[in-house]
Design a protein around this ligand. Structure first.
Ligand code: ZN
Ligand code: ZN
Ligand code: FE
Length: 759
């Protein structure tokens, strides 16, 4: 007989691990005990050596689907002659643990019950167990216990209680356990909030959708607005009501087969679609099947599969793929509350399908894509929050709060070796989003169980998050340069050491530079402890600063004037003909006088300029209708076309973008079509990334390169840059677990703060 103590770390709490260990031990007739501890799970197990070994093997091999083991320590103990295996209750008031897992899509076992007419949970939209169901979104406080979730409002019936208390049951301590007798229920509401009487609210909603109605549906992380994705009139109605002109809508399909009627999906994308977090995956549109108004001007469409049993039932035959867009007035956080939904979504929806399980924390859908064969998150939210990202090295001395950027708000809390990213908060210049940011700092700190002592923020003095950080009392602060944070974000994302230098190509729209100018097309050398700017794009003054960001034609004009002088105004380009000559001359004078015309090296702005020169419609006139629209349409125009880069000429450390602009204008005037111009421009930015980064790496004797910044959400750029750098013999890593854009910024800020705090 032997006895062993096992310590497991990773995602092992809140996933049904203890019942898993219990069932396995019972099956193998081993004695012992399992308990949650501060950093994971610990077990003691006793029996003959071979069986104990088999137990350890199967414990990990057969781990519940949401789990992940990052380390397993085994230590010998003296046998106690114990006869049975027990589950120790978590102690309330004990050390707090990151015991809250992300929300997870319904598991196979629950799905089988949902489909079984003899099961008491047949067609019950709130079926869940220890392996699946809502988590983060229903938690009010820790420890993770039904009393402290929004399920506290539903006293358990006898049958549910028996399951909840039976260690051998799949629902042993499944905190959100529910059934039709005791759990949440669906209600159908009219836009005024009156209850629409119907035998089956779900069927009534399905029938309305099939008739072309817009229905607000309360999901796991908040409300969606749904309508038929193939019905142009319905989709246009939704756009008009939402006041959302061009921004693409996501689509939900019942299963892969249905998704393939509207999109081209490869095996990696299929696996990503079917993964437990159920993200929106950006995939190539199929030739037919989607109303043109779903994702106008783009080659891709965001597709997701059902992320809750309610969605599974809603999309059952004969309902075809549905538009499922966040239910919110534009720019505001996703709506979570029934009364608020009636207030704010009624003008948008013909019906509201609601339920009485409260959402404590709203959570938008996560967004992902596959680039260069690897899945990458572009928005980290539902299904991923609050899973920790573990970094190598010794634990941080002090708990850290990193407040992130501004337009794509997301915070990070660091404790020990774990960095916990919060949910997507949206544009923090919006008052409601900023409120959500404040609440998030509070709630995520509680869930992680720390009171941050060190606060990392962006160098930009006017970011809402910077002002928040500067207003905190009793904490230490670290200001982190924007692109340094992007570099560090990639280090943490990829589990790289914080203190081994890399060369980083960081391309984004905008970031406050060390010299007070706007950076955004950077090649940096450094690690989390510090960096040097080795190369960048030529700074070009932009008329109207922030206004230029919304009006790519202004950016294009600025680049044309920079490259060609006043004569640029006479060029027969569609871009210039789309505007009144006097207006263009005014802008030109403004630039010449240097009035409200900050210089920017942002790569995103160079994309805007290129889109304008290439004649991409959204870049020609007025304002874009969503962020990065012109750049995304330029990427769509380039499609898979192969092309040579324009020549790269350097002026010291700066790429002379004037040479690129002149070459592109020449080609445009010679009649080159937009796809060719777009493809050559992409090849040019790729060449800048590859050649410059490789040169700096060679000079510095560094073999590892990281790519970050929002521009690497551009699939074509990311894939080609990685391939080029790999061909140059370099190890190249891009962001995967957090977004390359500002949604991943807080992770890098936290790593930098961590590195500086230790010095
Ligand atoms: Zn389940
Ligand atoms: Zn029940
Ligand atoms: Fe950025």
């Amino acid at each position: 007989m032997i006895r062993r103590r096992l310590r497991l770390r990773g995602v092992v709490q809140g996933i049904g691990f203890r019942p898993h260990a219990y069932r396995l031990a019972t099956e193998l007739r081993l004695a012992g005990i399992v308990r949650n501890d501060e950093s994971g799970v610990s077990l003691e197990v006793e029996g003959d050596e071979a069986t104990v070994e088999r137990f350890v093997e199967r414990l990990v091999d057969e781990l519940p689907p949401m789990g992940a083991v990052t380390s397993l320590d085994v230590e010998p103990l003296a046998p106690l002659g114990q006869e049975s295996f027990a589950i120790a209750r978590s102690e309330a008031g004990g050390p707090r643990v990151v015991g809250v897992t992300p929300d997870a899509h319904v598991c196979e076992a629950c799905l089988a019950e949902l489909r079984d007419p003899r099961d008491r949970r047949y067609r019950y939209p709130f079926v869940n167990c220890t392996r699946c169901g809502p988590r983060f979104t229903i938690v009010r406080d820790v420890p993770y216990d039904r009393k402290l979730t929004t399920m506290a409002a539903f006293p358990l019936c006898e049958a549910c209680r028996r399951e909840y208390e039976d260690p051998a049951d799949r629902r042993f301590h499944a905190e959100p356990i529910a059934c039709p007798a005791c759990g949440p229920r669906l209600t159908l509401l009219a836009p005024g909030g009156e209850v629409v009487e119907s035998e089956d609210p779900l069927e009534a909603a399905r029938a309305a959708l099939l008739r072309g109605a817009v229905v607000a549906v309360k999901g796991v992380g908040g409300f969606h607005l749904a309508c038929l994705a193939g019905d142009q009139a319905a989709v246009r109605r939704l756009r008009e009501r939402k006041g959302r002109e061009g921004k693409p809508f996501a689509v939900m399909a019942r299963d892969l087969e249905a998704a393939r009627t509207i999109a081209v999906i490869d095996e990696t994308e299929a696996a990503l679609l079917e993964s437990v977090p159920r993200p929106i995956v950006l995939v190539r549109k199929a030739a037919a099947g989607l109303a043109p108004a779903v994702a106008p001007g783009l080659e891709t469409v965001g597709v997701m599969l059902p992320s809750s049993p309610l969605h599974v039932l809603l999309l059952d035959e004969p309902v075809p793929p549905l538009v499922m867009t966040s239910g919110n007035p534009s720019e505001e956080p996703i709506v979570t509350d029934n009364a608020e939904a009636v207030r704010t979504l009624s003008p948008l929806a013909d019906l509201l399908l609601v339920h009485d399980r409260e959402i404590c924390t709203g959570c938008d859908d996560s967004v992902a894509q596959v680039a260069a064969g690897r899945p990458r998150l572009l928005r980290r939210s539902r299904g991923h929050v609050p899973r920790a990202i573990e970094v190598p090295g010794s634990p941080a001395a002090a708990p850290i709060l990193a407040v992130g950027g501004e337009l794509k708000g997301a915070i990070c809390i660091a404790r020990g070796r774990e960095l916990v990213m919060g949910r997507h908060l949206g544009d923090l210049t919006n008052a409601r989003a900023l409120e959500a940011f404040h609440a998030e700092v509070d709630r995520l700190s509680r869930i992680v169980g720390v009171r941050p002592a060190l606060v990392a923020h962006d160098l930009h003095p006017d970011y809402r998050t910077t002002r928040y950080a500067l207003g905190l009392e009793g904490v230490e602060r670290v200001a982190v340069q924007h692109h340094h944070a992007h570099l560090a974000s990639c280090l943490a994302d990829q589990g790289l050491p914080f203190d081994e230098p890399v060369v980083a190509a960081v391309l984004d729209g905008t970031g406050y530079g060390l010299d007070g100018t706007i950076w955004g097309g950077e090649v940096l050398v450094g690690d989390a402890t510090g960096f040097r700017r080795a190369a960048h794009l030529r700074p070009v003054p932009l008329p109207g600063g922030d206004r230029a960001v919304r009006s790519p034609y202004r950016v294009a004009l600025a680049h044309l004037l920079d490259a060609l002088g006043e004569e640029a105004l006479d060029l027969p380009l569609p871009l210039l003909r789309a505007h009144d000559r006097r207006h263009l001359e005014d802008l030109s004078r403004l630039l010449a006088a240097g009035l409200n015309a900050p210089a920017s090296c942002g790569a995103g702005r160079l994309f805007d300029a290129a889109a304008g020169i290439a004649g991409i419609p959204s870049a020609l006139a007025g304002e874009i209708t969503y962020e990065a629209q012109a750049a995304m349409e330029l990427e769509a125009a380039a499609s898979d076309l192969e092309a040579e880069p324009y020549p790269l000429v350097f002026d010291g450390a700066a790429l002379d973008t004037r040479v690129v602009v002149r070459a592109m204008v020449d080609e445009a005037l010679a009649g080159a079509p937009p796809p060719r111009l777009a493809a050559r421009f992409h090849a040019t930015v790729t060449a800048f990334v590859v050649e410059t980064t490789a040169r700096v790496a060679r000079e510095e004797g560094i073999g590892r390169v990281v790519l970050s910044g929002g521009c690497f959400g551009n699939r074509r750029l990311a894939a080609a840059s990685e391939a080029g750098l790999r061909a140059a013999g370099l190890e190249v890593l891009g962001q995967e677990r957090v977004p390359p854009g500002d949604g991943g910024l807080a992770l890098g800020q936290a790593l930098v703060a961590r590195a500086l705090a230790r010095e």
